[in-house]
Design a protein around this ligand. Structure first.
Ligand code: 4AD
Ligand code: MG
Length: 460
């Protein structure tokens, strides 16, 4: 007999004679003459109720199934006698696949997120984390669907790289050198003797690769793991995260902002249509304002606000900020949150940032002071997207690189792209985990990653 997933059984439009299900026991309740098993196989939020009559041959097995154990059940899908569910399975056979020790940590009660982080290997077995990771999977699928519908080509940018796209120096080294016996030359590490013959790191962004492909294939995107050795322990930063990076040829900053808005709206709509049960759990138990926020994302255009005006709004604000806002300084998370949560109460795209706080590749505006950058900020989280129009003019680009002390030789191929058929082009990076936080109301980025990587922590 073929195993049926619980999600499919519960959608059945008629009783079924012979079914086989396998899953983990959430609870068992014994009554006089029969037992109830709540079985979950991870295919959906709902459990399947199994009724095992004391008269069945396997009833001894039922008694061995405590919370956390894995079981296989055959039987009949019948309308449920009790309330609360449409269908239940009347068991014919019950077998124990894997018993659970008595000290299984997920007994039926609510556990704190902090505690569950210490048992990250078991937390996907809870309702909340099961739902979070199903939503993560739905979103990944929807991202590909979105770009596919728009004719974008999916590019796999390398994970090991020789360049620091963001210029922030927050990179993890990749080396095959013997760390106990590092070769030196003039008192410096001699990377010429390392695996790649020069310094290499884990990528902080696939953008530079994506740009090369946009200038060949038009509209492209990357979607993959990204690494940052920022030593900041915040609820929105991790050392390993996933980034979605579209890059569009023949596209300016306005088109870039439109794409960012469309993408976030598409993902929101997709989840409301395809993951309603899981979203509902978050709306009921995690973030009471979730539904309203998601509806808000769908129902209006994101505000478009020049950086200079954002600073004016912050200066006029009655709120006292820890960092006083000033032109030329980067917006802090407290500023971003004020703009989207207090001032506008909806997603806001801030654009045209001062060039001094942005990387070399952003297009310099006519004012000479700002660059064509844009960040999409959302209530509850702050920045989910960061992007820009790219500097396509060879002389301006190389001038900027010199100004910022970048070695042109390290980027010769990037510079080359501005010599052969350079075109205006734009793109952005969307933090995948931040989007999951937005869609679920989960407040800590550690709780949307299967096994989060943060400073000082690499358990699991
Ligand atoms: O704003 P960022 O640094 O932009 C870039 O890396 C560009 N090269 C992207 C591009 O234009 N192709 O990062 C983009 C997004 C941020 O808005 C944020 O959502 C997420 O990546 N992000 C992080 N997410 C989790 N942990 C971190 N440490 C993150 N750093 C950035
Ligand atoms: Mg950014």
């Amino acid at each position: 007999m073929k195993r049926t997933k619980i999600v499919h059984l519960l959608r059945s439009d008629r009783p079924l004679d012979e079914v086989l299900v396998k899953g983990w026991v959430r609870t068992r309740r014994d009554s006089k003459g029969f037992s109830f098993l709540e079985l979950n196989d991870g295919s959906c939020l709902k459990n399947l109720q199994v009724v095992a009559d004391a008269s069945i041959e396997d009833y001894g097995n039922v008694k061995r199934l405590n919370t956390g154990a894995a079981a296989a059940v055959t039987g009949r899908l019948v309308p449920s006698q009790g309330g609360g569910q449409k269908w239940e399975v009347q068991a014919d056979t019950v077998s124990v696949i894997g018993q659970a020790d008595e000290d299984y940590p997920l007994q039926k009660k609510r556990h704190s997120d902090e505690f569950l982080r210490t048992i990250a290997h078991l937390r996907p077995r809870t309702n909340k984390y099961g739902a979070a990771f199903r939503i993560r999977s739905h979103l990944a699928y929807a991202i590909h669907a979105f770009f596919r519908e728009r004719g974008f080509t999916y590019i796999h940018s390398p994970i090991i790289t020789g360049s620091d796209c963001e210029g922030a120096g927050e990179m993890f080294h990749v080396t095959a050198l013997d760390l106990k016996n590092i070769p030196k030359k003039d008192d410096q590490v001699d990377f010429s003797r390392d695996f790649f013959g020069r310094e290499a790191s884990l990528t902080v962004s696939g953008q530079l690769s994506a740009e090369m492909f946009a200038l060949a294939l038009g509209d492209v995107y990357t979607f993959g793991p990204t690494f940052r050795a920022e030593n900041s322990n915040t609820s929105r930063h991790v050392a390993e995260f996933w980034m979605v990076e579209p890059e569009m040829a023949f596209c300016d900053l306005a088109g870039n902002m439109d794409l960012g808005q469309e993408l976030i709206q598409y993902l929101t709509r997709y989840l409301l249509e395809n993951a309603a049960d899981d979203i509902d759990l978050f709306a009921r138990f995690v973030d009471k304002g979730l539904k309203a926020r998601l509806e808000g994302i769908l129902s209006s255009n994101f505000i478009r606000l020049p950086y200079t005006e954002a600073v004016e709004i912050l200066k006029r604000a009655k709120k006292k900020f820890e960092q006083p806002p000033a032109f030329g300084k980067d917006l802090q998370s407290e500023h971003e949150r004020y703009i989207t949560e207090v001032h506008f109460k909806q997603p806001v795209i801030i654009y045209d940032y001062p060039k001094g706080i942005k990387p070399f590749y952003m297009r310099v505006n006519d004012d000479g002071k700002t660059v064509a950058a844009m960040d999409v900020l959302v209530p509850g989280i702050g920045e989910v997207i960061g992007g820009s129009q790219r500097e396509e003019r060879l002389d301006v680009l190389t001038g900027r690189m010199d100004e910022m002390g970048l070695d042109r030789d390290d980027y010769w191929w990037y510079i080359d792209s501005r010599r052969y058929g350079s075109v205006p082009h734009s793109g952005f990076g969307m933090g995948f985990e931040r989007v999951i936080m937005l869609m679920t109301g989960i407040r800590n980025i550690r709780d949307v990653l299967p096994f989060p990587r943060t400073p000082g922590s690499i358990e699991f």
